[in-house]
Each structure stands twice: as C-alpha cells, then as structure tokens.
Ligand binder design. Sequence first.
Ligand code: PNS
Length: 162
Amino acid sequence: MARVGIYPGSFDPLTMGHVNIVQRSLRYFDVVVVAVLNHPEKRAMFTPEERAGLIADVFTDEKRVQVDHFGGLLVDYVRSRGADAVIRGLRAVQDFEYEFQMTMMNRRLAPDLDTVFMMTDEEHFYIASRTVKEVAKLGGTIDGLVPEQVKAAMFEKLGRSQ
Ligand code: PNS
C-alpha cells in the first residue's frame, strides 16, 4: 500500500523552505499531499485557490506530489484521505512550541495519527512566507527564497516589474 503523507499549511506563498520539506518527505512517503488551508484571510496575498495553483505548477513534473485544499479540522481531513501521517517542517527553536501544541491537540483528537517533523536545510532555516512577503512588498530581492513561478506571481500582485 502506498504511504501517503499530508503536508498541511497556509502556503501564502510556497517558499523554497516548503519545497525542501516536500522533496525530503518524498524519500519516506510514496505520495505527498500538499494541503492548503481553505481559510481566506484578509491579510493574505493569495487566495487558497491561487496558492494551490502555484504549488501544482511548481511540482508539475513530480507525479508523487498532489495538491489539495482542506477546511475544518486537519485530523478529519487526514482521515478522509486515508493518509498515514502529517508532515510539518521545523526551522529554528521558535517553531517548536507552536508545533508541539498543534501536534498534541491533534493527537488528543486522533490518537493514532502521528506528525512527522522534517528539519529544513540550513540554507532555508530563516525563510518564512511572512518575511518573504514583507521583503517583496518593500522592494527587496527574493531571488532564491521562492520558486520562480511564485516570484512572478508575487510581483504581479504587487505591480512590481523586477
Ligand atoms: O502554515 P501554517 O499556517 O503554520 O499551518 C497551520 C495549519 C494549517 C497546519 C493549522 O492551522 C491547521 O491544521 N488548521 C486546521 C484546523 C485544525 O485542525 N486545528 C486544530 C489543531 S490546533
């Protein structure tokens, strides 16, 4: 049976850190489902549909990566997909408390469901969607921080040419 990992998140937008986590996860899962939280936020740069579209574009050549949306509880979504585990990325220590709380809450809701943590590459450990958006908005370079398709979409949103 194919091992399926669900990689949930906001992905507003997908960064090279996220890409790295997906690539690492493919070593341990046959299929990785990148699951975008279906929660339109006022401060978001992209709609959930746009985020999913960009992710699908970035992984178009990787048939073992699927893209989906989810709403409601993550554990319900994971069950509905019949998946084996949740995948989350860890950067620095500051991620730990938030991830620990979420994992414990999910475990309480679904005791059989495990969350697998992947540590990002050292070159990605400081990259966050929030900071990438801020730098892009303020005119800084985001080369190498997000995939080219994402950079182009961000620049289009911001009316930036380069
Ligand atoms: O990229 P993010 O914003 O850190 O991802 C957070 C996400 C989407 C994984 C988390 O907010 C989530 O699972 N939301 C679904 C609601 C849920 O299940 N909440 C209970 C766990 S605290």
